[in-house]
Design a protein around this ligand. Sequence first.
Ligand code: DC
Length: 221
Amino acid sequence: MIITIDGPAAAGKGTLASVLAQAYKLAYFDTGMVYRAVGLDMYLHNEDPQNEKIAEKYAQNLTFTHMHELAKNPDFRSAIGGNYASIVSAHPKVRAALLKMQQDFSKNPVFADGTPAEGAIYDGRDTGTVVCPHADIKFFITASTEVRAMRRFKEFQSKGIQTDFETVLADMKSRDERDSSRATAPMKPAEDAIVFDTSEMSIEDVFNFCLKIIDKKLKNS
Ligand code: DC
């Protein structure tokens, strides 16, 4: 079984994907990591993320091992990492170079310890539209910009990352704009995606809502 969860930053995709992956024993691929890895690698090498040719080289050389190493850097999840990821992800050549790596995972999904899994859950912006267009179930989740900015602000605070709410909100708006207006694979729901807003929902509400849909699908398959 392949499940995709797409949507803007801090809509709750990662949390939902993790709990569903555990509940259904599925491998989990957070596809934002591939763009964060390329962006952070360029940042650490003082490269200009706007340079598509150089960004493509970094994307072509990315491996899972290198991605997981970069993920240990505190800036992987910081605003710097997020902004670099958003900039490099707008380059069509970067997206093309990273597509196979993402699609191959659905053919041989593995858990974090390398053991094989029966299926996978993806989260990102284009996993239902481009990476796994044949996924069994596609969710597209969103929440108001203010709610998402507050969630991200609290996450930064809990990690000791110094920032203020207005900066996080402004960053969130510019990333949303860039992610949804780019020419290649813009963030948008797949035609067959189940779309819902999590602004007023707890994680339990979101989980139970998805659980019902997945169980119904499994019963009918
Ligand atoms: O989900 P995230 O915040 O880790 O994603 C970081 C950036 O990567 C995001 O701004 C857009 C990009 N991204 C993408 O273009 N396509 C994906 N499937 C996942 C992320």
